[in-house]
Design a protein around this ligand. Structure first.
Ligand SMILES: [Zn+2]
Length: 153
């Protein structure tokens, strides 16, 4: 077991999101709308030493299993993250996230005149045009968007 694993309590059922880029843990929490209101145990560890020179964030959420759209959100925010599903204290599935080519309904377009921000019921569709630099392009208004500056629905 990695030493960093010992810093946070193990969970019985739920999800461990590991290897989140340093400083992105809280963004992941926001994007997944994890607020702890259902009483589940949530552990957030920021700046956990990982390897010799780097740090990472880790989130453990009891009683939550991620849907594909959640996984896509994590891929966007923290492309190096791994998602571990825990059942009865055992790791039953480990997933790497990967940035999709297209991102639907996760972010709001930053262009106030975009049709996706009007009263029409049209949800955003964005093409990922640079996976390394996290650059998106709105399919409706063609605005170039920086993932790190967008608001979530
Ligand atoms: Zn737009």
């Amino acid at each position: 077991m990695e030493q960093s694993e010992l810093m946070v309590r193990r969970i019985k059922e739920g999800t461990v999101i590991d290897h989140i880029d340093e400083g992105k843990g809280l963004q992941v929490i926001n994007a997944l709308h994890i607020d702890g209101k259902d009483g589940s145990l949530i552990t957030i560890a920021l700046n956990v030493p990982s390897g010799k020179f780097s740090k990472k964030d880790i989130i453990k959420v009891e009683n939550k299993f991620l849907k594909d759209e959640d996984t896509n959100k994590i891929a966007v925010i923290a492309p190096k993250a791994t998602i571990n599903m825990i059942r009865d204290y055992k790791l039953v599935e480990k997933r790497r996230v990967s940035l999709p080519n297209e991102i639907d309904k996760i972010f709001r377009c930053s262009n106030p005149d975009c049709i996706t921000n009007s009263n029409e019921v049209i949800e955003s569709v964005m093409d990922v045009i640079d996976k390394e630099g996290s650059v998106l392009k709105c399919r409706y208004c063609s605005r170039i968007l920086d993932i790190n500056r967008l608001k979530y629905y």
